[in-house]
Design a protein around this ligand. Structure first.
Ligand code: MRU
Length: 354
């Protein structure tokens, strides 16, 4: 299991603790945050990132920020809850777990706010409990995804597994999603040779995935994104597993930019392409991938990444952070409830209702 949890709560004094992932792989530095501005900045700048971890950070962030004040009235507290929700929701548009977690916190707030003897302390206690449940459920979901994902492999031979971006412990509160079967299998004696695509422009594949897998004792090889076709052709890859930021009702899946290219190549080379994600990453209100909002980020990440200028200031830069993989390219989606083979709207609906 990954050793460093990237997002958690400190109770006394109340703070959101985040591993600053922009500092990896050089240093493990933690941030102790208790203001809405610092929490928003941390999500926007990818100090905390990965769909489930963003959701957990926002949930704890609501509790932490509301705990800092003595409100004159519950109406004032309610107004602040509304403002905080809108503020955190403005941080990153694609990962649906953010909105899912904020929605859970709001439902809890409303439930306790509407009780006849509602008090600020009780509302806060209920928000603490809800944010803690989001964290705990995420840990359980990682283990369950790992277990279901592992059923796709066996111990008879070594498996070459490619992943893209980081959908491991650093993106969640536990085993991760795409990396969960690999961690679990490693603990049980399965042999995995992991190929981690570097993931331009912010290098989550080499800075984060390779970092946490080597720390966990797994065999990992870093590839530049443009090497995918070659290593697939060389028959080094038996399966691809990636995470997801939002899965539409029909199975179209938004994930880190470059994922759809990997899926197209996997289909060409007859390699199974798996998406691993919890139920909270499904957005059944979004019919297809065409309706998923793709985050556009600062062009400097591409031509001046990590403070090193690699392109002229005068050039225009296009920097979408995610792309959408067509459901037809996905061999199966692995969730905490099981495996959806050749996903489509009907199978997804019945799987989620289990
Ligand atoms: O921009 P990031 O680093 O937040 O993007 C993360 C990804 O694309 C992950 O694959 C996804 O959030 C799944 S994390 C379990």
């Amino acid at each position: 299991m990954p050793t460093t949890i990237p997002v958690y709560l400190q109770h006394d004094p109340i703070k959101l603790i985040l591993l600053d992932q922009t500092k990896l792989p050089i240093a493990e530095e933690f941030l102790y945050l208790d203001t809405r501005q610092s929490i928003l900045e941390a999500i926007k700048k990818l100090r905390v990132r990965g769909a489930p971890a963003i959701g957990i950070a926002a949930a704890y962030g609501i509790y932490v920020c509301l705990s800092q004040k003595e409100y004159q009235s519950l109406a004032d507290m309610e107004q602040d809850m509304k403002e905080l929700t809108e503020y955190f929701a403005s941080s990153r548009p694609t990962a649906v777990n953010l909105f899912w977690a904020l929605d859970r916190m709001n439902k809890t707030f409303t439930e306790y706010r509407n009780k006849p003897d509602a008090s600020q302390a009780e509302i806060l206690a209920s928000l603490l409990q809800e944010s803690q449940s989001i964290f705990d459920e995420d840990q359980e979901m990682g283990k369950a995804i790992g277990m279901h994902g592992l059923s796709l492999f066996d111990k008879k031979r070594q498996w070459g597994v490619m992943t893209h971006c980081n959908a491991g412990g650093l993106a969640t509160s536990g085993y991760g999603t795409a990396l969960a079967p690999l961690y679990l299998g490693h603990e049980q004696g399965y042999q995995f040779k992991v190929y981690s695509n570097e993931t331009r422009p912010l290098l989550q594949g080499s800075r984060l995935t390779a970092y946490e897998l080597t720390k966990g004792g797994l065999d990992v090889t870093v590839l530049c994104d443009n090497m995918v076709s070659l290593v697939m052709k060389e028959k080094k890859i038996d399966a691809v597993i990636v995470g997801a930021d939002r899965i539409a009702a029909n199975g179209d899946t938004a994930n880190k930019i470059g994922t759809s290219g990997v899926a197209i190549l996997a289909r060409y080379y007859h390699i199974p392409f798996y998406v691993a994600a919890p139920s909270s990453t499904f957005d059944v209100s979004t019919e297809t991938g065409r309706d998923i909002v793709i985050e556009l980020r600062d062009g400097d990440e591409v031509v001046n990444g990590f403070g090193k200028r690699t392109g002229p200031k005068e050039a225009q830069v296009y920097n979408p952070a995610f792309d959408v993989t067509d459901a037809s390219l996905i061999t199966a989606i692995i969730t905490e409830k099981g495996i959806i083979e050749s996903p489509n709207a009907e199978k997804i609906r019945s799987h989620l209702s289990k």
